[in-house]
Design a binder for this molecule. Structure first.
Ligand code: UD1
Length: 356
């Protein structure tokens, strides 16, 4: 069986790294990078540091308005699918590259497997939510990280070939944390002691593209009086400049860095006092490391982290963020909601049973 895996954005490279490792033990794999992320720190660094096989194709679509970007990706992917004739297309998560991969496979009559299927934030103003729902609608094999995801699909009458396998991101943390601890020099480089700082990231369109939201978030971070490490996504960097917020960060409590490698990110997460983020992946990483997470969104698809008490939703509300930084101190234990690190093996074992 030949599998064609589609990736394009930063978190997908991490997911590909663990899954590809298992896939290649049993199947042929062709990797297509859509080019959605293209800066060195957003793309190449992951392939280099995580020893992910170089993509066989890079469509180089770059940034564009959402519908134009997706159309370009679908056109390029359809051409490659026609040439490679895979038995299965695998897509990951909820980005524009995910939806484009699913649409191209569906158009070409090729079966689709969706990794991280069934996640729902029920917030339709987020492009990711639309990407998730539409991708699940056309997928043939649906790999869910949690039982909540399985239930979400059931409510949408999707029950065929739905498998709860755990979360490949947990596989990835378990596989990489030891290596990161040996290799990462980030704490020394930023002159940080363990548990003496907060880690913050912001990149969601809803937080960056609305000036009031980004101003509120930065206002909260600047007034907290704690050391905060702030790796800045290129989208956020552009908006900070546009709204004249970048100047306020100079000589402040905020340590600004460029986007960091996966290893440095894991080390900063594990040793942070608290994490403040609008990333889905970081909410789970915080949960795994038992670091309290303050989520800069009003809803999350990773509901278990909130239900278990380790994640609090603060939106872009300055007062809520400030309150949570001071007073949110969860202590409870976590369950193995996201699996035990065997998701990629579970996925491949299931794929072996399909004759496509
Ligand atoms: C995308 C995903 C999001 C995921 C995130 C991970 C969608 C709709 N969103 O968001 O779910 O959490 O990736 O990082 O697919 N840019 C650069 N260089 C790059 C990449 C982006 O400068 O290498 C800038 C461009 O101005 C671009 C903007 O960032 O327009 C946004 O990039 P895009 O890929 O559209 O969305 P992300 O915010 O990265």
């Amino acid at each position: 069986m030949k599998i064609l895996s589609v990736v394009g954005a930063r978190p997908q490279f991490i997911k590909l790294a663990v899954l590809s490792h298992e896939i290649r033990k049993h199947f042929d794999e062709v990797v297509v990078h859509t080019g959605q992320h293209y800066d060195y720190e957003m793309s190449k660094i992951f392939f280099k540091n995580m020893r992910i096989p170089e993509p066989d194709y890079n469509l180089g679509v770059g940034s564009a308005e959402r519908s134009k970007q997706i159309k370009k990706m679908i056109d390029g992917l359809c051409r490659i699918i026609l040439k490679e004739k895979p038995s299965l297309v695998i897509v990951f998560g909820d980005t524009n590259s995910t939806l484009a991969g699913a649409m191209a496979a569906s158009k070409s009559g090729i079966k689709i497997a969706h990794i991280e299927s069934g996640m729902r934030s029920f917030n339709k103003s987020m492009p990711e939510e639309i990407n998730r729902v539409e991708t699940d609608r056309v997928s043939d094999i649906l790999f869910c990280p949690t039982w909540t995801a399985v239930q979400n699909l059931k409510k949408e009458r999707i029950t065929k070939n739905v498998f709860k396998v755990g979360d490949v991101m947990i596989d990835s943390i378990k596989r990489n944390i030891g290596i990161a601890e040996k290799n990462s020099r980030i704490l020394g480089k930023l002159k940080l002691n363990k548990k003496s700082y907060l880690l913050a990231t912001v990149h969601r369109a809803g937080n960056t593209d609305i000036k009031e939201n980004l101003s509120n978030i930065m206002g909260a971070l600047l007034s907290i009086g704690e050391k905060i490490v702030f790796p800045v996504h290129p989208r956020t960097a552009k908006c900070l400049k546009l709204y004249n917020l970048d100047k306020k960060l100079k000589n402040s409590n905020i340590i600004v860095t460029k986007p960091l490698s996966y290893a440095d990110t894991l080390i900063l997460e594990k040793n942070a006092k608290k994490i403040i983020t609008d990333s889905g992946g970081m909410q789970k990483e915080a949960y795994f490391f038992k670091v309290p997470c303050i989520t800069l969104r009003d809803s999350t698809e990773w509901t278990e982290t909130v239900n278990d008490g380790w994640n609090i939703l603060a939106g872009a509300n300055k007062a809520k963020i400030r309150y949570a930084v001071r007073n949110f101190n969860p202590k409870g234990k976590q369950s193995e909601n996201y699996g035990n690190g065997n998701a990629s093996r579970n996925i491949v074992n299931i794929l072996k049973k399909f004759s496509l």
